[in-house]
Write a protein that binds this ligand. Structure first.
Ligand code: JDK
Length: 244
């Protein structure tokens, strides 16, 4: 997979050199290219923003600069273009999986109050363009949102997670734990400061362990994510769990 990222703060993406993503880049599984938007601003101050039409707070990013940058990066290719924004389509595990199946993604990182909307209109005429939100809070720009998405997408790519880890059992991945949040996890020692590991986990009885883990995931989902719990099949929750 090829990932292009355009930003006025390319240094935000130094973390993509470490850990899972860094190793995937070394192996060639991921081809990540970060571009400085100001390279396409031709005035002496390399201006990328201007005052908003219609008034209002802050500044808006200029369409001309973005147009030259995206034209250069895209060439005659057709990446899927992702634009982080507070008002976008929610980023979910399902969308992460959808994007992990794409051969080429282009992330456009806005700053200030956002990118002139005509940029998305222009490229929607020839590319798949998605405006995406990573949550209902307002960041100062798109860079952190791109880091979140790249990590969630990258760990789903073949060979990125070692055998010891697996995205198959993720909370929101298809399968028996789908739409349940993670249950508790434990490792050695068996007793720590008087806190014991639940005995079932030491029993070696895989069926009991699986049932216990599912029960714990259901309990935690009911407690922490009631809106997800309401979506669960009625058979998933017995009356006892619903009262949790
Ligand atoms: N999930 C999530 C993604 C982002 C995100 C992503 C990309 C950018 C680019 C700039 N910002 C800052 C920003 C954007 C919008 C507003 C609202 N403002 C209201 C008045 C009219 C203009 C718009 C405020 C500040 C961004 C924020 N935040 N949260």
């Amino acid at each position: 997979m090829r990932l292009d990222i355009i930003s006025i703060f390319p240094e935000y993406f130094a973390p993509l050199d470490v850990s899972l993503i860094g190793k995937a880049r070394e192996r060639g599984t991921l081809d990540v290219r970060v571009h400085q938007l100001r390279d396409w601003a031709h005035d002496v101050h390399k201006t990328v923003d201007d005052t908003p039409y219609g008034g209002g707070p802050g500044m808006v990013m200029k369409p001309e600069v973005w147009g030259e940058a995206i034209d250069t990066v895209v060439g005659d290719g057709s990446p899927r273009m992702i634009v982080p924004t507070p008002s976008g389509r929610p980023f979910t595990q399902e969308l992460a999986q959808e994007l992990a199946d794409e051969p080429w993604l282009l992330f456009a990182c806005g700053r200030y109050e956002g990118i002139d909307s005509r940029v998305m209109d222009e490229y929607a005429t020839r590319l798949r363009v998605d405006e995406v939100s990573i949550g209902d809070y307002v960041l100062a720009g798109g860079e952190v949102a791109v880091l979140v998405m790249v990590e969630a997408i990258g760990r789903l790519l073949p060979g990125v997670l070692g055998n010891a880890q697996s995205a198959v059992d993720d909370s929101f991945a298809p399968g028996s734990m789908q739409n349940l949040v993670e249950g508790p996890v434990y490792t050695k020692p068996p007793v720590w400061r008087g806190h014991e590991v639940p005995p079932v986990l030491l029993s070696g009885h895989h069926g009991n362990v699986a049932r216990w883990r599912r029960d714990q995931a259901i309990r935690r989902t009911v407690r922490n994510r009631p809106e997800l719990a309401r979506e669960l099949d009625p058979g998933t929750l017995d009356k006892h769990d619903r009262k949790l």
